[in-house]
Design a protein around this ligand. Structure first.
Ligand code: AHR
Length: 503
């Protein structure tokens, strides 16, 4: 068996494991809203039409923040369409997803749903087809206490207290030629800066996210960030990053190394932001809002869009995830945690049905996809301080990223609860023996080892008929002797190693 070594010491702190790293995303796209979180005719829907099975799974998933209402959708959206009596709301063409938007679900319902799901709302404003005024109007409706036209309109609609939304995205992926209202970096940077300035006049307590690149492969990547930040640095708190990893070509070795790409992406955005800060003599360090990330079989999207004309809530990109995809998602979470000092928010895209951890059948049940499990367990156990780990491990070859380490890890230490949790991914197709040196911790002892192993059945999926085929299993609790232990990480697996750090 191949071996790897790692020393963990609480002195090597990176930063706090911010709860906002466990965010998700609800977009008016496909069946994420309609048939996902909202389905008034469903036997399990509550009085507001929210699916209670999806609400329960959302709470179980441990989601902290939910971004809304898009995505590409927001770039043509009129937020006023989604407020007031449902019968009076207009039906519109949603150009992003070639869909009829009924507006049966809108802002006030999202806020009610978010409270019930126990998540923090994160809103995006439309900077595709709209601008400064509409963004300020939306903010006034949402956050102003009362005594103005729009805040009183909210109160008339039943929300006496302001929603107090703290996190706001200044548009979505405006670097992308597919985006309605696509802009150059200068055009977007100017608009984002002016919108930010005005929004902070309406409510100075908000935090703002400027749009970074849609992905690291964009030809404008890095120069887009640099130009946008030249315009916006003093007004914003975050720059966004988005990425999706596509397993469609069947290259398992490469897809398992996706976190290598995410890691480089984060380092490059940080370097770009710090470069701009240096040029502007800005001492404040900007953070990243990684507000879209996931595994996505993207090659299926065009077929979904080609198949139909204008319809309501069609099934779009309802990817069924494999056990390998779950290991990849677990590894992407490891990467986000490892950058806890510079990534302040992260949202897996999306929550229900659309490339999502939660799947539903309209009128039927809801179930956990394979990728649900690494998210839920990371959100549950990554509490406290993220620690730097420097594993020494063998490498394996990949077509996409060259030679990469078989092992990826991060550790989180919760001093208060007396627990150290090591998240460890074995990307290799052989079992790996991991030698851990925990002598820097007072009296460590093994508590549990949970593993999601894809090696035996990489294509296994959870389906309506078999919803629990891919689930993490408890294996032998690690034995710590003299502060050292060896743990066997199965081939292609994502692992949670829990240790008590005091008797
Ligand atoms: O999450 C699906 C889509 O991917 C979002 O609408 C868009 O922002 C991204 O390109």
């Amino acid at each position: 068996m191949r071996t790897a070594q790692m020393t963990i010491d609480p002195a090597f702190a990176i930063g706090a494991a911010d709860r906002r790293l466990f965010g998700s995303f609800v977009e008016h796209m496909g069946r994420c809203v309609y048939g996902g979180v909202f389905e008034p005719g469903h036997p399990g829907a509550d009085a507001d039409g929210f699916r209670t099975d999806v609400l329960e799974l959302t709470r179980e998933l441990g989601v902290s923040v939910v971004r809304y209402p898009g995505g590409n959708f927001v770039s043509g959206y009129r937020w006023e369409d989604g407020i007031g009596p449902v019968g009076d709301r207009p039906r519109r063409l949603d150009l992003a997803w070639k869909t009829i938007e009924t507006n049966a679900f809108g802002l006030d319902q999202f806020m009610t749903w978010a409270a019930r799901a126990q998540v923090e709302p994160m809103m995006a404003v439309n900077l595709g087809t709209r601008g400064v005024q509409e963004a300020c109007d939306l903010l006034e409706y949402t956050n102003h206490p009362g005594g103005t036209a729009l805040s009183d309109l909210r109160r008339k609609h039943g929300a006496e207290q302001p929603y107090g939304v703290r996190l706001w995205c200044l548009g979505n992926e405006l670097d992308g030629p597919w985006q309605v209202g696509h802009k150059t970096a200068d055009e977007y940077g100017r608009l984002a800066a002016e919108t930010a300035r005005a929004m902070k006049l309406v409510d100075p307590s908000i935090s703002l996210v400027a749009c970074g690149s849609s992905n690291r492969g964009m030809s404008t990547f890095a120069s887009w960030e640099a130009t946008v930040l030249e315009h916006t640095y003093e007004h914003v708190d975050y720059i966004s990053a988005h990425t999706y990893y596509d397993p469609s070509d069947g290259d398992q070795a490469s897809i398992l190394a996706s976190a290598v790409d995410m890691d480089n992406f984060i380092r490059e955005v940080v370097a770009t932001a710090d470069h701009v800060a240096a040029r502007l003599r800005q001492p404040r360090k900007l953070k990243i809002s990684f507000d879209e990330w996931n595994v996505w079989y993207q090659s299926r999207l065009q077929a979904d869009l080609d198949r139909r004309g204008w319809v309501e809530a069609p099934a779009l990109i309802e990817d069924t995830y494999t056990a390998v995809d779950a290991v990849v998602v677990g590894d992407l979470l490891v990467t986000l945690l490892r950058h806890a000092d510079r990534v302040g928010v992260a949202c897996q895209a999306q929550l229900a049905n659309v490339i999502a951890p939660i799947r539903t059948r309209t009128g039927g049940p809801a179930w956990r996809q394979s990728i649900f499990h690494p998210f839920a367990l990371t959100a549950r156990y990554a509490r406290g301080t993220v620690l730097r780990t420097e594993p020494v491990a063998p490498t394996y070859p990949t077509a996409r990223y060259g030679d990469v380490p078989v092992l990826d890890t991060v550790a989180v230490h919760d001093e208060e609860r007396g627990e150290l949790v090591v998240f460890a991914v074995n990307r290799g197709t052989e079992d790996l023996a991991l030698d851990l040196d925990l002598r820097g911790l007072p009296r460590p002892s093994g508590r549990a080892h949970l593993t999601l192993a894809a090696g035996d059945d990489p294509t296994a999926c959870n389906t309506e008929a078999e919803p629990d085929r891919v689930t993490p299993r408890e294996t032998t609790t690690p034995t710590v002797d003299g502060g050292r232990c060896t743990v066997r990480l199965p081939a292609v697996s994502w692992n949670v190693l829990r240790f008590a750090t005091r008797p």
